[in-house]
Each structure stands twice: as C-alpha cells, then as structure tokens.
Design a protein around this ligand. Structure first.
Ligand code: FMN
Length: 339
C-alpha cells in the first residue's frame, strides 16, 4: 500500500517525503536519487556559493533530464546569506531545467518571493517559530516546514528551539484556521516509519528528512563521518554556536547548530564567549582536522535522529523502508481501537 497525502497528490510524488536541503552534504546525486525514488529531492544550495550550486545542480539535472523525476527536484538556500549575494538563486532560476521548488530557511523569504514565483517554482519556507508562519504565508509559500530542535544542522538556538512533537500540531492548527491551502511538513528527528506515521497523526502532510538521508550512499560526507554517525546514539549531539565560530560563519544569534559533540566541541562547551573573543588557535585546530579528515575535530553534522541510524544504504532504500514501516504502523494503529 502507498501512503497518500496532500503532498503526494498535489506535488505528484509517490512518497510523502522531501529531502532536506543540506549545505555541502546534499548534492545533485542525492537529490536525484530521492526524486527517482518518488520523493522530492532538494539540492543543498546552502550558503549560495555559485560554483557549488552550478556543479551540483548540473549533476542532478543531467541525471534526471527527460525523466518524470525531473519534476521532483528543487534547490534550497539559507535566506540571510542570499541577502548578501543572491547570484546562485538567480543562476539556478535561469536554467533550462529550473527548480520545481525553492526552499528558504533562516531569514525573511519575502524579498525573494516574486522572483521565485515568476520562475514557476513553488516556494517552500522552513520555520522555527510560530511568528514566522504568517510571514511565510505572506511570501506565498505553497508549503511550510515546521522544524523542531532535534534537527541536524542549523535551527533555532537551543534556548528557544521548539519540540517537533508540539510545534508541528501548533502550526497545523494555525494553518487550518488561517491558510488551509498551504501544506505542512514536519522536520527534526524523523529517521524511520514511526516518525513519519507520528507526523501524519500530528497534522502534517509528510516529512522533511535530513540526517537519515545524510547517512546514505549518495550523500557527500566522508565515509569516516558516516561511520561515526552510525556508531553514535541520540545522546551524542548538541546544539551550540561552536562550529559556526570555528567555521567563520557569521550566523544571526537566533540560530545555532546541531552536530556530534566531538572532542573539539566538548573542549569549548560553556566557553563560547571565550572562543568568540579569541578563536584563532581553535580555528587552526579545526582547519587541521578538516584537512586531515579527523572527525575528533571536524564536524559531523547530524541531529538527534542519529540514534536511529544503523547503516548507510542507498537513499532510495532508506525512503522505501521509512514508508513501508510507516504504512505498517498506521495499519497496526487500528489495533489500539476497541468498540
Ligand atoms: C548536514 C545538514 C546540513 C543542513 N543544511 C541546511 C541548509 O543548508 N539549509 C537548510 O535550510 N537546512 C539545512 N539543514 C536542516 C534541514 O533543513 C532539516 O531541518 C533537518 O535536517 C531536519 O532534521 P533531521 O536532520 O533530524 O532530519 C541541514 C541539516 C543537516 C543534517
């Protein structure tokens, strides 16, 4: 049996799942593999680096050209970074095979809405707080992603991050009352069919999945990083600004970053002000670790869902497993009812 939701019906998908746009980790091969499997694939345009976006969008579109799956691929960008340089967005929207959706997160999407709409792409906005939802609707979002604090990578800073379990139904209620035509996905901590089934119960039309697909064959991270993720449990990650300082990324204070708490991260926990004040030595240690492929220093960017990841199969297999398990769970749920 297949799971049918508004997402699968309105977006022409076989599976109610969208690949999260993952900066540096989710390139063209991963997006294409997800699209071929019947989900929606997003290239992680991330910080909007033109060369990277060009190469990875090219890989996705070469693989998908003249296939039905070309209708199921888009590109994501970090919105506050577009405010500095939107050339990668402009470039991708001009391509003969242009994105079918543009995914924006971490900033005000409204300045980009008209350009995206004119290209024919749907706008997807990821939100971390309820007060961002009206802004996304005003921008014309066709789909909103409610991101909870369990998510890998960037999200609302630890002090204000919302729980996926509560945030998704709260956004579902708001949309039902104010913008019922806008679809909703949940994100943050979804790695198996239990998570997908739970999101559907919470009122979402499907799931946006990052970490679980980060640990797939087509994702770009090094095999050694994926092996560390497979070995880790869900207690092993934390949200903090530490890796952003180490990577010289000037993120607004309202966001921070979840990754494995490796040795270098632990060294700076609770000492973030000190790190910001004098980052040179720590950055040198970080750079050396990245150059050596040493993940005691380099970041392994996954969320709490890492505790549910036990292997690194192809993305298509990951997606089909999640949907088959969700389908079983939804069918089995009927057993909880009695007359
Ligand atoms: C490696 C990695 C990189 C990410 N990069 C981005 C990004 O560039 N833009 C973005 O909007 N979200 C990014 N995210 C967050 C995802 O959009 C999504 O919210 C998150 O992966 C969902 O939670 P999960 O990791 O538990 O599936 C990233 C997540 C990961 C794991």
């Amino acid at each position: 049996m297949a799971i049918e939701t508004r997402l699968t019906r309105e977006w022409g998908l076989d599976l109610p799942i969208m690949l999260a746009p993952m900066a540096l980790a989710g390139g063209g091969e991963l997006a294409a593999a997800c699209a071929e499997a019947g989900a929606f694939g997003l290239v992680g345009g991330g910080y909007g680096e033109l060369d990277w976006t060009r190469r990875e969008w090219g890989l996705a579109t070469q693989r998908l050209a003249n296939t039905a799956a070309a209708q199921r691929v888009g590109c994501g960008f970090i919105t506050w970074k577009l405010d500095q340089d939107a050339s990668a967005l402009d470039w991708v929207l001009d391509q003969p095979l242009a994105p079918k959706a543009v995914f924006l997160s971490f900033g005000d999407p409204r300045p980009y809405a008209a350009r995206i709409a004119a290209s024919g792409a749907r706008l997807v906005c990821q939100v971390q707080r309820l007060d961002q939802v009206p802004q996304a609707v005003e921008a014309g979002a066709a789909l909103i992603v409610a991101q909870g604090g369990a998510a890998g990578g960037h999200g609302a800073a630890a002090a204000t991050a919302r729980s996926t379990m509560v945030f998704v139904p709260e956004v579902a209620d708001w949309l039902a009352a104010n913008a019922p035509q806008v679809l909703l996905l949940g994100a943050g901590g979804i790695a198996d069919g239990r998570g997908l089934a739970a999101l559907l119960m919470l009122g979402a039309d499907g799931a946006l999945i990052g970490s679980r697909l980060w640990a797939s064959a087509e994702a770009l991270p090094a095999a050694a990083a994926k092996a560390q993720a497979v070995a880790a449990d869900g207690d092993a990650t934390a949200r903090s600004p530490i890796f952003d300082v180490l990577r010289r990324k000037d993120w607004p204070a309202e966001y921070d970053f979840r990754a494995l708490r490796n040795a270098l991260h632990r060294e700076w926990e609770g000492r973030e002000a000190e790190l910001r004040a004098d980052p040179a030595a720590a950055r040198a240690a970080f750079d050396a670790a990245v150059a050596a492929g040493d993940f005691a220093g380099a970041n392994v960017t996954v969320g709490e869902a890492v505790g549910l990841i036990r292997d690194v199969p192809g993305a298509g297999e990951v997606l089909h497993r999640i949907c088959a398990e969700a389908d079983e769970r939804l069918a089995a749920a009927a057993a909880f009812r009695h007359t």
